[in-house]
Structures are given as C-alpha cells and as structure tokens.
Design a protein around this ligand. Sequence first.
Ligand code: AHR
Length: 502
Amino acid sequence: MKKAQIFVDKHFILSEVDERIYGSFVEHLGRCVYEGIYQPESPFADENGIRQDVTELIRQLNVPVTRYPGGNFVSGYRWEDSVGPKEQRPAKIDLAWRVVESNQFGLNEFIDWTKQVATQPMMAINLGNRGIDAAKNIIEYTNLKGGSYYSDLRRKHGYEAPHDIKLWCLGNELDGPWQEGHKIALEYGRIAEEAGKVMRLVDPTIETVACGSSSLEMATFGEWEDIVLSQCYDQVDYVSMHQYYGNRDNDSQQFLASSDAMDEFISSVISICDAVRAKKRGKKDINISFDEWNVWYHSNANDDTIEPWSQHPHQLEDVYNFEDALLVASMMITLLRHADRVKIACLAQLVNVIAPIMTSDTGAWKQTIFYPFEMISNHGRGQVLNTLIKAPTFESNHGKNGRSAYLDSVVIENPEAEMLTIFAVNKDLQESLILSCDLRQYEGYQVINHQILHHGDLKAVNTEAHPDNVVPTAKGNAFMENGQLQAILSHQSFHMIQLRKQ
Ligand code: AHR
C-alpha cells in the first residue's frame, strides 16, 4: 500500500480561517432565486414566500456570507426595479441569461432572507451598463439612516433601519466579452476606482472587491490584474478570482488534479497583488475574494437548447456525481491552504444553479457536493497550520513539474476547543493510502471522529428519488498510537479526522 505523511508543527500557524471563506452565491439565474429560495405558491413557503425546506438545508451548510444578485446578471441590473410595491415592479429582459426578470424578489427581500439563513450580504453593483451614480444611489439606499432621497425611499419601503451592507463587489467579470458593458483593463480600473471612492464617501466602513480575471484561461489574465489593481489599489481591499472545472475528457484522475491548477492560480494572483503593492510602496495587502468556484460542465449541452425570454428556466442545473464531490473537497482544502490571503470565497451557487441544493415542487435534496462543503464549513474553523505533505504522485497536466500528489490535506487547530481537524482527499482511484502524522506535540489528543465520503462509483449521483446514494459515514479507522496518528484512506475518498485533548 502507498504511504503518505503530514508533517505538523504547532508553532507554524499559517493563519486564522476567515469564516467568509465558506461563502456562497445567489444569482438571478435559472431557478436559484425563483423556485429555489423563493416560491410563494410552494407548500414549503413561509408568509414571505421563502422556502423553509431550502432554508433548513442552507442553515446546515453554515454559509456566513452570500454574494448577490450576480454574476453576469449584475451587468444589466437596475436595483431600483427590484424595490417598492411588488405590483409596480417592471418585468425586464436580462441580456446575460436571455430571460425575463420579474423583479418579484429584490434587494429588500434578499436582506430579509439573509437574516433568516444567518448569512451576511455581499452585494455586487452594476459597473457593466451603469456607473458611479447608480453606485452612489444604491449605497445611499442601503446604508444611510435617512434624511436623503434614497435613504428615505428605503424607509418608505418599510425598512426603517439601514441594511448596513459591509461588503461590495465592484461589478462582475468585466474582462469578459460576454458581459454587457465589457471593458478593457484600464477602463475597468478607472471606474472601479471611482465607484469605490464614491461608495466610501457615502460609507467609509465598507470593504470593496475589484474584478479579477474571469478565469485563468482568459488571454488578458495577469495583465488585467496588474493594470486594474495599479489603478484602483487605494480604493479596494480584495481582488476577485473565478474558476470552474469540468471532467470534459472523462479522465477522472486528471479532473481530480484540477485543484493543483487552482493552487497555482491563487499563487499567481497573490504575486501580482504583492507586485502592485511594492510598486505603490503600499501599506496594505490586497487579499483574495475567490467569489465563484465550483465544478460546472454537466449542464452545458442542455443550456444551449433553452428558448430565450422565458422566466426562470432550468438553467445550469448540473447534477453532481461523486468525483465532483471529491474535487469540491480538494478545492476547499486548496482555499484553506491559502487562508493567509484568501479571506472570502463563494461556492457558485447555492440552490438549483450549479448548486449543492436542488428543489422540485415536492421537495429539496442534497447533491453530492453538499457534503464536503457542509463538513468543512462546519468543522474547518480555527487556525490553519502550515503543514508539509509527503505523498506519492501521478502524472498530471496541472501539478508542478507535470506531477500531482495523490493526497490533498489541510490541518486546522482550534486552540479554545483543544481540537485538531484534518481534511484529506485520497485521489488514487485504485489504492488506499496509509496516512501517518506525528502529533507528539499534541499530548493527550485522541481521535473522536473520522468521517468518510466514499463511493465505489465515481459517477454516482443523488436524486430526489434516491437522495442518500452518496453520503458520509462515520466508519473511518483513524487511531493514535504513541503520539502518531494512523489512518487508512481508502481509494477515491474524502476524510474528516477530528482529535480532541482528553
Ligand atoms: O455562476 C455562473 C456565472 O459564471 C456567473 O454569472 C458569472 O459571473 C460566471 O461566468
């Protein structure tokens, strides 16, 4: 059997985990909002039309921040259309997804919903077909107490207290030619700088996110980040990253190695942020908001057949399989291994649209990717240790020097609870790995839980009829002996091993 080791030193702390790394994303797209979180005619809906079966599942995911209202949708968004009496709200065409948006769920309903699911809003402004005036007005509406036109309009709409939104995305993917109002880097850098400035003049306590590249594959990647951040460095706190992967060649081993590409992508963006800081003789780091990440490819062919200008069609409804769940676990581990610079991350998206939660008129169920997210989000809080991993490798298109490790892992310490949590993925599709970790510095720590997500079939899925096909079990075999943690990680499996001081 192959062997792997994790080297831990309790003095080598990489960073506290910013809980916003477990964020998600709700876009006006497909059935994410309508029939997802909001469906007044559903028997599961409360008096505000919010589906309580979905709310319950979102609470289980423990999502501290949610990005809204897009995505590509935001580049045509008129926030004013989405507030006030519902019967007066206009139905408008949305060029991003070629649908009709009814505006029956809008900004204020979103804020009400965030309270119900215990998440913070991360609001995106439209820097596609709009600019700094709309940016100024929306933050006046949401964050000022009253005494001005837009803040009083909010009060008139029934919201006496300001929404006090702290986190703002300055547009979305404006490097993308598919975007309404696509920009070259200098144009975007300028408008982001001005929008950030104006919004901070209204509320100096906010944090802002500049658009980075839409993916590593963009021809402008690198130059985009450099020009944009050089322009708006003083007005932004984070730069965004977006990346989706797909097993398009049906090569599962290479697909699972994609998290190495994500790792490399993050390191590259950090380098550019630091180069800009150096050029500016800057005092602050620009950190990363990885505000769209996931697997996305299963639904591509179906989406090409959708007739335009309908309302909330079945769009981007990927049905996730077991190998997708393994990659999601690896992607989360990758984010955590960069917790010193990745402070926000959003699984794209939350319900129905490339999502961990699916709904029908008769219920809601958990896709395979629900489980790694739930386990890591709930138990991956504390501080990330700067560990070294020694593991066998395989030939890969994504790893350094053409090789990727079979083992992905991260170790998180929670000193208050006197707990250690190890998340690990064995990407070997044939063989188990014998894992060992010298934990003599953690005297008295014993294994209290070892959960596994494993399935013999990489293509196994969960459906409404069979929602429990791929689920975690507490059947792990990790144990401590003479200060050494030992565990057998079966082939193609994700593990959560928890230890507590006894
Ligand atoms: O999440 C789906 C889409 O992917 C988003 O709208 C867009 O920002 C990205 O291209």
